[in-house]
Write a protein that binds this ligand. Structure first.
Ligand code: G4P
Length: 190
């Protein structure tokens, strides 16, 4: 999505540790008009895919998921992050390791909200090492539902998470894929 690439170039800041700061429009302040443009772009990708629901993860994934859901006219389910492994049998759960934060957490979704008839589009804001998406895919498959695909607003291609999932056969279409970045320089995948 060219407009997102331009927005990242205009407003993004590359920090140390391979972190791209986009607080001005995605992670802290939300540019709602632009968010809705991203939603429309996601709808174009999945228009004929028979998506019944969008699954995302708290917190920042929710905004992108809601924008797509508003256009696609489906509901959003968001996974919650839990610190403890003490969960009930009423939820699907998966363990996720965050390289960015150096911690593990458990993601949970109530069994009531996804079932075997669902075709699920998974959405998040950032795709880095892909562990959050792997956890969400695991939950969809526990429910016996189908993964229609995974779309993140910004994929850091150099961290390899998206390509690993593509190799496994999942459709992964991010709106902008960063191939290389360093302070003052951001290059996108062609
Ligand atoms: P992974 O799922 O792809 O393996 O990534 P990882 O666990 O390492 O990412 C952890 C968190 O950091 C996620 O948000 C992710 O969205 C965010 N993140 C990863 N790389 C960047 C980046 O370059 N810039 C920004 N701004 N965020 C990044 P989270 O901690 O779960 O937080 P939130 O969704 O509650 O905001």
């Amino acid at each position: 999505m060219k407009a997102l690439e331009q927005k990242i170039l205009n407003e993004g800041t590359v920090l140390g540790g391979d972190i791209l700061k986009v607080g001005s429009f995605l992670n802290q302040q939300i540019d709602v008009a632009f968010l809705m443009e991203m939603g429309e772009e996601i709808d174009k990708i999945y228009k004929n895919a028979g998506v019944t629901k969008i699954l995302t993860i708290e917190a920042s994934g929710i905004a992108v998921a809601v924008a797509a859901a508003a256009v696609m006219k489906v509901n959003v389910v968001f996974a919650k992050k839990n610190k403890t492994s003490n969960v009930s049998g009423e939820v699907y759960s998966a363990n996720v390791h965050s390289f960015t934060h150096g911690t593990d957490y458990l993601v949970t979704v109530p069994k009531d909200y996804i079932d075997a008839n669902d075709k699920i589009l998974i959405i998040d804001d950032f795709l880095a090492n892909g562990k959050a998406l792997e956890g969400l895919i695991d939950i969809v498959e526990q429910a016996g539902a189908e993964v229609a695909g995974c779309t993140c607003a910004i994929e850091k291609g150099f961290q390899g998470g998206g390509d690993k999932l593509r190799k496994k056969g999942y459709k992964v279409e991010s709106l902008a894929v960063i191939e290389k970045m360093s302070p003052g320089n951001i290059e996108f995948r062609k």
